[in-house]
Design a binder for this molecule. Sequence first.
Ligand code: SAM
Length: 203
Amino acid sequence: MIEALRRRKEVGAIAASGRHLANAITSPIGSNGHVDCVLEVGAGMGAFTHHILHRLGPNGQADIVELNPRFCDKLREDVVEPWAKQNMDRSATVIEGCIEDASLKPKYTTIVCGLPFNSFPPDVAERILQQLIGLLSPSGTLAFFEYAGLPSLRCAFPGPWQRNAREHRRCLQELTGSMAQERQFIFRNILPAWAVFLRAEGA
Ligand SMILES: C[S@@+](CC[C@H](N)C(=O)[O-])C[C@H]1O[C@@H](n2cnc3c(N)ncnc32)[C@H](O)[C@@H]1O
């Protein structure tokens, strides 16, 4: 929480995501009968990471990218290392740094993104979204969340946030217009949120 206040723009949330949202957003993992190759972006303290690792099937692999070095240490010590001791046939790696600089291959069956897209300048959000779509395997799913009502609220009231919110909406539509989209409403979360799933059309 202290770290969240200190780095408000990067963290972009008042509380870690709850288990209902975590359960929903990680639901594509382990559901397609293939070996999972998962990318998590913006893992924070591991609200989604626990669920990702729990769902990862035999021979599965997870890359976990997080900007904040303190969160990375916590993730390694408290989440990945204890899990790895019990799951020798699957692997997970914490990658410290920002996603824009990470050198990753386009192979991911599921990407779970916990980044606060709406707190980012629209051009940064657009670049990251484009990068994540490019990292999906042909039948892969990109999952992220949006706090319910917030984008519409920002669009409705004049001010710099309105311009940004409209720009976010335009870029989301432009980049994902050709993808199949599903949304699941999660009421039991601080704040209530939509889990959004994007899949390449025809996959
Ligand atoms: C809203 S928190 C989400 C944490 C967790 N996934 C959750 O839902 O509770 C966003 C996290 O993304 C990290 N982050 C912000 N910008 C990033 C970037 N460009 N690359 C990787 N991680 C980033 C922040 O350090 C923060 O831990």
